[in-house]
Design a protein around this ligand. Structure first.
Ligand code: PLP
Length: 497
């Protein structure tokens, strides 16, 4: 048996010339194994229950993923085979559950290069090109958003992280006026901080408030209209009625709610926020992709009035996770909140001489060169290329809505705005409660590995959801998924009644 390679072999260092060739060979072998496993698959998920999958891993990795002695390339190739056979296949047109797109090959390949060189963007000398690339990428995105030259931004590990950082900025900006609270939190302040968002805002807003020491009680949900958009009049009334010790830190508008894709009326909300002197953050984690599309862009009219904006390029720009970006109309907001000089990373005189990284923009220290995959994608496809992908998914959502509306056993919850379609299966008899049937039919599809659809709640009842982010899926694919849903519904109904 050949001796397993050891870490002392120079060709195992990815960025060595010989190592780089080895990466190329390994990627070729791994992708070949993965392709073979993919060909044998029959759906977007493995046809396994969670318990069966756990048993499979126990059998495949009896010592777990950390054996005493390494198994060399063979072990890696076996892992690649199992992974490709049993992971989610988002390129399967029947995968339509979450805001998790199939990633583009150009982005995935560029991401390999980011791993090879392992640059970090916290300091200039940890990754000079990556630092400059991120600066330029941010500039392109601030311009796309409609911001001026003083705007700034940073890539973050997700929409949750971007929203957290936006609310950190809001907290510090609002309370700095009362005293310098930076680094001291809110201890001792006899005020109740308040953050407004719609009742359909993402839970990361309340999580951010908890993390920032504001408490989840700081979040005041504002009612939405029949089209799932925040009511600006309600927001206005709430702000006007604030108590003496209540300090409004921010209004968070959502541009693309997770379930409905609805976009809060940004110009009206911006006007209310401005009238009350409150910061505005727009969570466009999902809807931000509309900026790339001429057809969809009007949905985001007014976004440039926001102080900060979250856009998730790992949702509607088909990037491997994660590639979120937090943009600020005034780039100084970063300096005021996360600006930091650390002796061993970015001392003043290095900074003055231009040797400055992005440490002061981020809550992270070591940070991947995520700009590389995004820039590679944008350079390859251009804004129009990404926009066309979103338009294609929007077309699929409209088709799905028409099909659902025409189906006797399915009920549409709302007209699609972006690329999601919320609906449910209507049981034929009262013996099988709708909630139980809809929950069970989704699990049945998961268990069979036949289709991967989402689930949510509306008006206290279970709904199903298609999140359509595969621009190569066809209308026939969508019809097949909906047929599978109706068939699974009928089968479950029979079991339950
Ligand atoms: C509107 C909205 N904001 C924020 C997030 C959180 O994004 P992430 O999962 O990248 O943290 C999501 C996730 O779906 C979302 O839909």
């Amino acid at each position: 048996m050949p001796a397993p390679p050891t870490l002392l072999e120079p060709d195992l260092l990815a960025a060595d010339p010989a190592g780089l060739a080895d990466v190329g060979r390994l990627v070729t072998e791994l992708t070949r194994e993965a392709a073979g496993a993919l060909r044998r698959r029959s759906g977007p998920l493995p046809a396994l229950t969670p318990q069966e999958l756990a048993r499979l891993l126990d059998a495949q990795l009896p010592e777990g993923p950390l054996p005493r002695t390494g198994g060399g390339r063979g072990a890696v190739l076996a892992l690649a085979r199992s992974y490709a056979a049993n992971t989610v296949d988002l390129a399967d047109p029947r995968a339509a559950a979450h805001l998790q797109p199939p990633s583009l090959s150009v982005a995935a390949a560029a991401d390999v290069l980011a791993s090879v060189f392992n640059a970090s963007v916290d300091t200039w000398d940890s990754g000079p090109y990556a630092v400059e690339l991120e600066r330029r990428l941010v500039r392109s995105l601030t311009a796309l958003t409609g911001y001026g030259p003083e705007a700034g931004g940073v890539l973050t590990p997700g929409g949750t992280a971007s929203n957290l950082q936006a609310l950190l900025m809001a907290r510090d900006t609002a309370l700095r006026a009362r005293r310098d609270i930076r680094g001291t939190g809110l201890t001792g302040l006899a005020v109740q901080p308040v953050v407004y968002c719609s009742e359909l805002a993402h839970f990361s807003v309340s999580r951010a408030c908890a993390v920032l020491g504001l408490g989840e009680d700081a979040v005041r949900p504002v009612a939405t209209d029949a089209r799932h958009r925040m009511l600006p009049g309600e927001l206005d009334r709430a702000l006007a009625g604030l108590g003496e010790n209540e300090v409004p830190l921010a209004v968070v508008a959502t541009a693309g709610t997770t379930d409905y894709g609805s976009v809060d009326p940004l110009p009206e909300i911006a006007a209310v926020a401005a009238r009350h002197g409150v910061r505005l953050h727009v969570d466009a984690a999902y809807g931000g992709g509309a900026l790339f599309s001429d057809r969809m862009r009007p949905l985001l009219a007014g976004i440039e009035a926001a102080d900060t904006v979250t856009i998730d390029l790992h949702k509607t720009a088909w990037q491997p996770a994660a590639a979120s970006v937090l943009l600020a109309r005034d780039g100084e907001d970063f300096t005021a909140t996360t600006g930091l000089r650390v002796a061993y990373l970015n001392p003043d005189d290095d900074g003055a001489a231009g040797y400055d990284g992005l440490l002061g923009h981020s809550l992270q220290t070591t940070r991947r060169a995520d700009a590389l995959k995004v820039a590679a994608t944008f350079l390859a496809l251009g804004r129009d290329g990404i926009g066309a992908m979103l338009d294609a998914c929007h077309d699929l959502a409209r088709h799905a809505a028409v099909t659902v509306a025409a189906h006797p056993q399915l009920e549409l919850a709302a007209e699609p705005v972006l690329t999601t379609v919320v609906f449910r299966y209507l049981p034929g008899t009262a013996d099988a409660p709708a909630d139980a049937v809809n929950g069970a039919l989704r699990r049945r599809l998961l268990r069979e590995g036949a289709a991967l659809i989402g689930r949510t709640e509306a008006a206290g009842t279970v709904r199903l959801k298609l999140t359509l982010l595969n621009p190569q899926a066809t209308k026939t694919d969508i019809d097949e998924v909906l047929t599978a849903v109706a068939e699974a519904g009928a089968a479950v109904e029979k079991e339950l009644s």
